[in-house]
Design a protein around this ligand. Structure first.
Ligand SMILES: [Zn+2]
Length: 330
């Protein structure tokens, strides 16, 4: 079934009317035995080998483009390749420099990395990774973490089930992060996780994100450009004050332009969450913005609500699964 889909679907790609753009969304690039996977969700990474496979397959079928360049050409009504593909990485992980860049270089593949402005050299890390670390600590040593009361219904059932199985699986931790996202506003869950952290619990992870110097190194290659992923990875779907929107959408852009030394014209909504006010502000300051909605982009679609195809190791590590995924079938 997968083989048939992977063979037939690419044949239909060229039948699409007008210029089509597939935007792939990656996060981390980590080897299967990387210790970083201890506090990572399965949907967050591909291995360098898998990225290499993807780029080999993509090059045969698409013109690999810089996302901002494709959008500018589209806005100006200039000719576009019939089938283009833009690679994006969200969050600004250091492994993008260590493991993704060598593969991008080998294939001459351009990419956009969406950076969180205040996390560059800020010694901070994302709350999902911090929560995962806390759960690993609780599992290894029951009672070692004291969770705020409101967090217990989210965390405890998973820990109890894991203890009875004798293993805290990545999928179980992943489900806890998703429940926490659904249950709490961004500012609330951050405070809850911080309140549960013994002093210094998250500092060991602070080096997992790119520093300003590393961002400059990536930019100097000419292959990598940068977009804004807010100031603090703030989910914009809820009620957000004008002041918060300006900090996350406008001031973050100015800060990133200082750090990157290049114009930052693309935006990425954290967790794909949007609101009419957020979209309005993004429209006024960026030429385009990407979401987590699944699908392909084209000139007739809204450039400030670009759909993407999310790719991660567990469902794209073979040619057939990858091509099915690119077709939005998987
Ligand atoms: Zn993100």
């Amino acid at each position: 079934m997968l083989r048939a889909a992977a063979t037939v679907a690419p044949l239909t790609w060229r039948l699409r009317p007008g210029a089509a753009l597939v935007v792939l969304s990656y996060h981390r690039v980590l080897a299967a035995d990387s210790p970083a996977l201890w506090t990572e969700q399965p949907t967050m990474y591909v291995s360098p080998k898998t990225l290499d496979l993807h780029l080999s397959e993509l090059k045969r079928r698409f013109e690999l483009v810089h996302l901002d360049e494709w959008l500018r050409r589209a806005a100006e009504g200039k000719p576009l390749p019939p089938l283009a593909c833009a690679i994006t990485f969200d969050d600004g992980w250091r492994d993008n420099l260590e493991f993704a860049l060598p593969v991008l270089r080998e294939h001459g593949a351009p990419a956009t990395i969406f950076l969180v402005s205040s996390y560059i050299d800020g010694g901070q890390n994302f709350w999902p990774n911090r929560l995962m670390r806390l759960m690993r600590m609780s599992f290894a040593e029951p009672g070692s973490v004291v969770y705020p009361r409101v967090l217990l219904p989210v965390v405890e059932p998973a820990l109890t089930a894991a203890r009875s199985r004798g293993e805290l699986e990545a999928d179980a931790v992943d489900r806890v992060v998703k429940s926490a996202k659904a249950a709490f506003e961004e500012s609330v869950i951050r405070e809850l996780v911080a309140a549960a952290e013994p002093n210094g619990a998250c500092t060991a992870e602070s080096s997992e994100l790119l520093s300003a110097e590393e961002v400059a190194r990536l930019g100097a290659t000419g292959l990598v450009r940068f977009g804004c992923h807010t100031a603090t990875h703030y989910r914009l779907g809820g009620q957000t004050s004008r002041e918060d929107l300006e900090r996350e959408i406008v001031h973050s852009r100015a800060r990133l332009q200082e750090i990157c030394g290049q114009s930052v014209d693309l935006f990425c909504y954290p967790n794909g969450e949007t609101s009419p006010d957020a979209i309005d502000m993004v429209r006024r300051h960026y030429i385009g913005a990407v979401t987590t909605r699944k699908g392909w982009h084209s000139v007739s679609r809204d450039p400030h609500l670009i759909r993407r195809i999310g790719v991660h190791e567990d469902m794209s590590n073979s040619r057939d699964s990858f091509l099915s995924r690119v077709s939005a079938l998987l």
